[in-house]
Design a protein around this ligand. Sequence first.
Ligand code: CIR
Length: 259
Amino acid sequence: MTRYAITREVSESLSQCELTHQDRIPIDTDLARRQHAAYEACLERLDCRLIRLHEMPEFPDAVFVEDTAVVLEEVAVITRPGAVSRRAETGSIDTALSPYRNLLRIEPPGTVDGGDVLVVGRDIYVGLSSRTNEHAVGQLRQLLAPFEYRVHEIEVHGCLHLKSAVTGVAEGVLLVNPRWIDSVAFDGYELIEIHPDESHASNGLLIGEAVVYPVAFPRTAERLDKRGISLELVDLSELAKAEGAVTCCSLVFTSRLAA
Ligand code: CIR
């Protein structure tokens, strides 16, 4: 099995990104590119073979490839992103994924961003957010029924995506911000709460046994470290100004196919 990570170069136009819960502040695009390159190097250290897609200069948010697809073991679902400005980002993702997975697609009026889809084993949690609607949840349920996934919907408040509020950091262990979701939905998992002073700290990217995690949240990092979770720290300060985090910048999956 080879582990792959699809990434995309940072767009020159990143400063014109969509913003929902954050104010616009200047972004240093060159620094964003260097930080993104360091993130890619981190993925490579974690044994990912990179599939680097070309920049889409006219799409400020195209670096956030996570929102364009949900890649499962058996199939991948090409999303229909909630922001109209991001809809056309999916075309090249479709092409990049097609050698590795059969592709299914979300159709209008469904909208869903991959950032709202948290897959934990056979359970798929879908955040109802400003980007993701119930039509898309219904379509996901139908499309994935043959593969025996359980699709659950979760209300998300105060943040962009479900995965801004909760991500998996080890088998059966979730990192959560209880202010943005009702963690009762995740009864049965071991929950680690973020440090209350670090509201954006609940997004970590689990690859194998390690978690790619932002340097920006040392107090929550300490909690993870105490729990024995191995962290690979990255600095994504510029992409954070575009409301991005560590899961958003890649689509990680395994395949028997060697490209
Ligand atoms: C957006 O609003 O769509 C981008 N500025 C940020 C997307 C971040 N994606 C993610 O968390 N999955």
